[in-house]
Design a protein around this ligand. Sequence first.
Ligand code: SAH
Length: 521
Amino acid sequence: MVANVTKKLRPLLRSLGCARAGNPCTNARYSSSIARTWSTPLAKSLVETITTTGPISIASFMRQCLTSTDGGYYTTNASEHRDQFGKSGDFITSPEISQIFGELVGIWLVTEWMAQGRKTEGVTLIELGPGRGTLMNDVLRTIRNFKPMAASIEAIYLVEASPVLRETQRKLLCGSSPLEDHPKGYQSKSKHLPGVPIIWIEDLTFKPEEKLSTPFIIAHEFFDALPIHAFQSTQQAQTQPLTGTESRGITTSVSAPPPPRASTPSRPKNEWRELVVSPTPPASVISPPKTPGPEFELTLSRAPTPYSRLLPTISPRYANLLPNTGSTIEICPSARTVASTIAELIGGVSTAPHTARVGLKTPTPKLPRQPSGAALIVDYGPASTVPISTLRGIRSHRICSPLSEPGLVDLSADVDFSALAEAALGASEGVEVHGPVEQAHWLQEMGGTERCDILVQKARAGGGGPKDVEAEEMAERLVSGWRRLVDRTPNGMGKLYKVMSVVPVSGGVRRPVGFGGGVAE
Ligand code: SAH
């Protein structure tokens, strides 16, 4: 199957041209009202909030740390001229490592466009969290080689919270076209697809114009940045929190004591309690051995919160874990909302309860409109299990405490792919979900090895003979970048990252390329 797909993809891979140009890539402490000093102004304002309201959910903490206009990691840090991406930043992503990644995403979109009848109009491209714009740039470079598809594209939407990254994206994708106001945000013009507007929207509940009926959506390393809630299964009578160093016995805003234990001799029932964030008590910061710990800590809320009552009930997957006292689950309601929106954009809004349609042959339901478009979601996280304790901080390419230096540390959590699939299938009867599959598998099935060979040959052919050092270095960079993307060792990107697609329902008859399907004639 793979060989066959690769053979059919070969003409597409050859037509893409050559290697792209290389990518360009405080100690101050702030006092608070309670006479302590804090690492960042955001830390100080978080403490002030918590002092007023009581401990906050991890989701509130994450949202503030990443996208607060008052010092958020994506929304403010970059404006201090610190690029988060690349060697000198905090992390590097697949499109930044190799152009092959974006090219294969572009080819995948072309194969979906072909499989869905080669629409001549009404096609929209949408990217969630475009970072520096590198992925969309490579996707557009690729698609412009397929003229009929390029001509069908009426608009490109970018969902981006950061004004600074929006400007970086505009420069790369629009060149000298200025940023202008648009009813839904801002707009400029694509330099790759002349005349096609690029529209920036900040809000996750993006809704392109009604007439744009075929949305092709990509989300690479977007879902891992969305705020999670975490819950621990606790015996109902238990009042004291957590295990180990995470618990310092801070009381929460939810101060009502838990209900008295029933007088029956049977085992107490378990309930979910939320993990919440509060400042670390002063002693542990002021008189630590030498290295101060994080300024914030997680504690278990002493009573159920509205979130702990509601969120774990939305899927039977969580209920199965409740009897295991101490088990922790992470739930990302924003991710579910975005997955639902994606499904509705492709498949239309559901009119009746869904049945699981993951690759199963089921009768095609009656739909309000013909489903159309596709989504490709690439991120890290378990293929089927519920993520537990995966919230992490990343700074300068190192894992660090997510509870330290708010606004300076990138925060992320594993993506729950099953939850995304569940939300998408629940939102629209017009879609089915394929994957997740490991990134290495998907990239190879898309013909990446062959594309890498073509690029290496072109780089060498473009050089001044076998002794051309620059051409040889370029060839080596291409090979090492590609190998990194498909590294299947336990911590390799090829294994950790997963790829999932949402496509129009076919009752399991048609599988997308990269997920076991072939290229449509
Ligand atoms: N897809 C890019 C960048 C990943 S970093 C790549 O692979 O290189 C995450 C991106 O999502 C950034 O562009 C960040 O600004 C954006 N982002 C994070 N949270 C967001 C939110 N809540 N709403 C919109 N964009 C968000």
